[in-house]
Design a protein around this ligand. Structure first.
Ligand code: SF4
Ligand code: SF4
Length: 479
């Protein structure tokens, strides 16, 4: 390909790395670095923002509970987790429809740590590479360079341990995490294993898998294109003004097609700076992470020619001069789903049950006592006090007169967030049904309530009382 970086009037239009500093706007890569700092601070800080020891989000398998918006939920309320996942994914769909793949280039930890490792540690700190040349593998011919390369990995290790710990803090309270691993690491091998395992994987990913993760592993990269439409902004090459590279004129080879007929100088600054190793002039590609480094790279080259940038962060529509509609149907659908789920979660947080009750029958059908004068049914209940105060709870039968709970005979105390499992005995000395042909299952309810606030802390669960055939009992009077 002929390089026409020196144009006929003698102007040198080659890419000059210092020219980026002369951009009239803030370069995208600098905004990205600020964004990375914000994302890192928020992600690391959120687990420490606790209200009464509760986190914004925590899924604790150790305590069988999860925290959402600083409210503790019992694992029995785990049905909220799929809703939160839907909320998360629909949120990403919405961001993708509105801003393209901005999550990948501006918020994803993979991109953030790759940038930190490649551009800062290997580039700025160790001088192994130039930040505007990202598409070339390192040449480690000199021993000092090999040493620097190893040093770069060593410097990355504590950061990967911190990133892995940060991930764990969404599953184990960070203070508890530190206490468990500091005081008795040998007793918490699984926790230690997860922490070191994730750190090891992150290290491998950032140093070796690199952008291949975005290209071949990340499922989001596969599905994001279906969320795009003509209004979605992406890094886009202005093929009308640039060279003819789209193959539309029939040649088989892209390189032959790049016919120097347009404004592109062929400096390839946009190609060299691309961390995904793609040539944006060939059109939008799956590997593009919308980092917009190519936009930054082309702008000073074009500025020397006093021409507008050839690469934009824009939608196909806006490049054609058509007005972009932010509130298009798919955006409205995503927004509606988001608002509905978020409202439901907030409503659940404010109107959640303050008492959880689970009632199960034991395997025993019934027990006949006092020579057939009494019949007992046995149940196992699990009662969880979700309030932040201790309460004394009592149990009673609803909907079946003649049946009373005889065990537990006294109210029992349950501490805040405490759970109590109890065997419950319901008894009758009345002939509930006159059925000589077999057992009869009679519906009833078990009601649990706090003695001090029976209307506020109450839960009622349906169950059945099994009554034996009339011939097996000696009660004479039917209720
Ligand atoms: S599109 Fe790329 S190759 Fe062409 S002028 Fe811009 S930076 Fe240089
Ligand atoms: S093509 Fe441009 S926006 Fe896409 S990954 Fe490469 S440098 Fe970033």
């Amino acid at each position: 390909m002929m390089n026409h970086s020196i144009i006929p009037d003698g102007t040198d239009t080659r890419f000059d790395v210092h020219a980026i500093a002369s951009l009239k706007r803030l370069p995208y890569h600098r905004i990205r670095h600020w964004m990375f700092a914000v994302v890192a601070l928020v992600t690391a800080g959120v687990p420490f923002v606790q209200i009464n020891g509760n986190q914004l989000f925590l899924l604790s398998f150790r305590h069988m509970e999860f925290h959402l918006l600083w409210t503790v939920y019992d694992m029995q309320e785990l049905y909220l987790i799929p809703l939160m996942l839907i909320l998360f994914f629909v949120g990403i769909f919405l961001i993708t429809a509105l801003g393209g793949r901005v999550w990948c280039g501006w918020g994803c930890p993979q991109t953030m740590f790759r940038s930190l490792y490649r551009d800062f540690i290997q580039g700025k700190l160790l001088g192994l590479r130039k930040w505007h040349i990202k598409n070339r593998p390192l040449k480690l011919q000199k021993p000092i360079d090999k040493l620097k390369f190893v040093l770069g990995i060593v410097l990355l290790i504590p950061l990967m341990l911190l990133a892995s710990a940060n991930l764990m803090w969404f599953f184990v309270n960070p203070y508890e995490f530190a206490e468990l691993l500091w005081n008795e690491p040998g007793d918490h091998i699984i926790l230690l294993g997860f922490w070191l395992g994730f750190a090891g994987f992150f290290l491998l990913d950032i140093t070796w898998i690199a952008e291949r993760f975005c290209r071949y592993i990340c499922p989001y990269a596969r599905i994001q294109t279906v969320m795009f439409d003509a209004d979605t902004p992406v890094a886009i090459y202005d093929s009308k003004r640039g060279d003819n590279v789209d193959g539309s004129r029939g040649a088989k080879n892209f390189q032959l097609q790049r016919d120097n007929s347009g404004d592109c100088t062929g400096c390839e600054a946009c190609v060299r700076v691309c961390p995904a190793g793609i040539d944006i002039r060939n059109g939008l590609q799956l590997a593009c992470i919308s980092c917009l480094e190519c936009v930054d790279a082309c702008e000073p080259v074009m500025a020397r020619l006093k021409k507008p940038n050839l690469i934009h962060w824009a939608s196909e529509q806006s490049l054609r001069g058509v007005k972009v509609h932010p509130f298009r149907p798919r955006v409205l659908i995503y927004l509606t789903v988001l608002i509905l789920i978020a409202s439901f979660l907030v409503y659940r947080g404010q109107h959640r049950e303050t008492l959880l009750l689970n009632v199960n029958r034991t395997t025993e059908l019934y027990v006949i006592k006092e020579g057939g004068q009494e019949v007992e049914n046995h149940y196992v209940i699990l009662l969880t006090n979700i309030d932040d105060q201790p309460h004394k709870f009592a149990l009673e039968v609803e909907g079946l007169p003649g049946v009373k709970i005889t065990r537990p005979s006294e109210p029992f105390e349950v501490l805040p967030d405490g759970k109590v499992r109890k065997v419950v005995i319901a008894k009758t000395d009345e002939l509930l049904v006159d059925n000589p042909d077999g057992n009869t299952s009679i519906p009833m309810r078990i009601r649990a309530y706090a003695i001090d606030a029976p209307e506020q802390f109450v839960s009622v669960k349906p169950t059945v009382f099994l009554f034996p055939p009339t011939g097996d009992v000696k009660m004479t009077e039917q209720r």
